[in-house]
Design a protein around this ligand. Structure first.
Ligand SMILES: [Cu+2]
Length: 180
């Protein structure tokens, strides 16, 4: 097989690999969004999803009436919004899942969590062997522009993709030059 054919074959393999591993986007509450209207069962909603590391969680809501607080398990259970780990309030908040385990969120407006506006995003390891650790650190929210940069965790996959891209470019350049 000619080198250029090998290169093209390799390129196709790479593209297939990227398609298989593409990350999902989950909108909390689906079409209803993040609300107390309609008594949405966010536990039931979460149970129907298969959350994976690399996926994106979107909280969509009216920012006049709600917010999103990332909290600990204890705070989640007791609807304690006094000291959240993170608070988001844009009305369209995006969180990228960077690790396994439980990720707890609630609405910090008084009474809303008690009314059911809370969700446990449980990211289970694909290999059934290891149980997810509830005490592990949680996902980093995608920060607004005026907030310090995200954790290095977020940057790592991009570097990998970029590295693969450069390798691919080099390979194609070699293939083309061998043709000339
Ligand atoms: Cu609310």
């Amino acid at each position: 097989m000619a080198f250029i054919e090998k290169a093209v074959f390799f390129l196709m393999m790479m593209m297939t690999a990227f398609q298989v591993s593409h990350a999902a986007v989950h909108k909390v509450g689906d079409s209803a969004g993040w609300t107390i209207i309609g008594n949405i069962d966010y536990k039931k909603w979460a149970a129907t999803k298969n959350f994976q590391v690399g996926d994106t969680i979107i909280f969509e809501y009216n920012a006049k009436f709600h917010n999103v607080m990332r909290v600990t398990h204890a705070m989640y259970k007791s609807c304690n919004a006094s000291s959240p780990l993170t608070t988001m309030s844009t009305g369209n908040d995006t969180i990228k899942i960077t690790n396994y385990g439980h990720h707890f969120f609630l609405c910090g407006i008084p009474g809303h969590c008690q009314a059911g506006q809370k969700v446990d995003i449980n990211v289970v390891k694909v290999s059934a062997a290891a149980a997810p650790s509830p005490t592990s650190a949680m996902a980093s929210p995608v920060p607004p522009a005026n907030v310090p940069a995200p954790s290095p965790n977020n940057a790592a996959p991009f570097i990998v993709v970029k590295g693969a891209g450069i390798a691919l470019m080099t390979l194609l350049a070699l293939a083309l030059s061998s043709y000339a």
